[in-house]
Design a protein around this ligand. Structure first.
Ligand code: BUP
Length: 458
């Protein structure tokens, strides 16, 4: 389609580390490409995980018309932060290599209409695009509610001093929902990127968010009315979500799922970069068995997939392994989640509340048991609970807390309660329809994206 007389915009995109950041970029790239936008995708090299490099290969083989450019990351001279989270360490590597972008961007032909960068790179990339006079859009890969915290965090006076964090235009956020590293006294990689990029964000040309009006309306309105920074104008905050899952070729046979009854299976996953303690893994296993439900459980022992070498049976022990196999299917590390959530046998999702997992569950109408582990996940859990498609047991705390272990008995009781709640299922079907309407012809997110692409043509 498209008018031959209309210029084709040329957009470069630069993601950051981890599947939670890469997946929405891949979806956006697929969407832009199918809207006749010329895309150059800049891939940081090397990646942290195998999943990321596989994601890149699949994307480029599916869309040969996308130009690939590599950003070769420089090693850090000061490696004292190497012991911190490997994904945040990689954010820092990409940030510190950002100056290498200048010659790369300047060499692209035809000249760029805009660069879209991951939120974590805002503070180092904006000076570069400013110098080259290229419009810079930030892609925020979490909710608009989280964006309001991101943008205002550097203005908050001692956020840990009060029970609630107050952001103008937004309902106060309980302190216990704030990502714990942000409340530490000492600096850490998350706090540094969050503060620095949050501060610089207002200088971007626009902020794209993988969300939509009917779940995140309060924050979208507050941001776009300029309330969040108390009258300081912000660039337009553009809700373009939920970005439709992009289906690569079927990657794994899910024969076990094919044999299960419709909506009978609980899918359990804590995302691509979260491990839970061995003790908690075993309690969870006992809980799942005791719930009497069928389940499909993805277990991780290491944050980084290529380091994960332990055998499943050594993780959960022979006794539990035997019981688990009677009712469920357990997999190490990775399954194609899109295939799982779209499978008719899957009826519920026990999720760590990563924003991508949530938008995917909404898209497929799968009700959730919410167990936030770290980062933005409590803020995400709250949004899901409010729209009525999830159950959140708040006293389970942060799953990432090594001291609190939730017992199997309680997990089993909660699973039974959640899976018996018909209201959650009915509401999930409505929310699925709304999500699809937002990105369908005439929907709010569909319109926003079209306007954006049009603005790149002039
Ligand atoms: Br695990 C896993 N298969 O087995 P989130 C994840 N995914 O396809 P995270 C799979 O990775 P952040 C698996 O569908 C989602 O798109 C999943 O992103 C996919 O959580 C993505 O849900 C994971 O945002 O990232 O990994 O914790 O911390 O950035 O939210």
């Amino acid at each position: 389609s498209g008018n031959d007389l209309e210029p084709t915009p040329h957009i470069a995109l630069l993601p950051s580390a981890g599947m939670g950041h890469l997946t929405p970029f891949i979806r956006l790239v697929a969407l832009l490409t199918s809207n006749n936008v010329k895309v150059t995708f800049i891939t940081p090299h090397p990646t942290v995980s195998i999943s990321e490099s596989e994601g890149f290969s699949q994307l480029f083989s599916t869309f040969p018309q996308i130009t690939r450019m590599q950003l070769h990351l420089l090693p850090l001279e000061d490696s004292s932060s190497k012991s911190e989270d490997p994904f945040y360490y990689h954010f820092e590597l990409i940030r510190r290599s950002s100056h290498l972008l200048s010659p790369l961007l300047a060499s692209l032909s035809p000249p760029l209409s805009a660069l879209v960068t991951d939120m974590s790179l805002t503070s180092t990339v904006i000076p570069i695009t400013d110098a080259l006079q290229i419009p810079n859009y930030i892609f925020f890969t979490s909710s608009a509610k989280m964006l309001s915290l991101f943008i205002s965090f550097h203005t908050l006076v001692d956020p840990k001093a009060k029970d609630f964090v107050e952001i103008s235009g937004i309902e106060p956020i309980p302190r216990s929902w704030i990502p714990p590293p942000l409340l530490e006294d000492t600096n850490n990689l998350m706090k540094i990127y969050f503060t620095e990029s949050g501060k610089k964000m207002k200088e971007s040309s626009g902020i794209l968010v993988n969300t939509y009006e009917s779940i995140d309306g309060e924050s979208l309105a507050a941001l776009n009315k300029g309330l969040v920074l108390k009258g300081l104008p912000l660039p337009p905050v553009i809700a373009i979500g939920p970005l439709p899952p992009f289906k690569f070729e079927k990657s794994q046979p899910l024969a076990w799922l094919d044999d299960q009854q419709a909506e009978s299976v609980l899918y359990v996953s804590f995302g691509s970069r979260t491990t839970i303690s061995r003790e908690q893994i075993r309690e969870l296993g006992h809980g799942l068995v005791r719930s009497g439900k069928r389940f499909l459980w993805v277990i991780k022992d290491k944050k980084v997939d290529q380091e994960d070498e332990v055998e499943l049976v050594d993780l959960i022990g022979h006794g539990l392994m035997g019981k688990v196999k009677e009712r469920g299917m357990v997999v190490k590390n990775w399954l194609n989640q899109e295939e799982v959530l779209s499978h008719p046998a899957v009826g519920w999702f026990l999720s760590h509340c990563g924003w991508n997992s949530i938008t995917e569950a909404l898209w497929h109408g799968v009700p959730m048991l919410l167990w936030p582990q770290h980062g933005d996940q409590k803020i995400n859990a709250d949004l899901v609970e409010r729209i009525g498609v999830g159950m959140w047991v708040k006293n389970w705390g942060w799953g990432g807390d090594p001291i609190v272990v939730v017992k199997g008995k309680e997990i089993a009781e909660t699973v039974v309660k959640m899976t018996g709640n018909e209201f959650l299922r009915e509401r999930s079907a409505q929310v699925r329809d709304e999500a699809r309407m937002a990105v369908g012809e005439g929907g709010s997110s569909h319109e926003r994206l079209n306007d954006l692409i049009d603005s790149w043509k002039s």
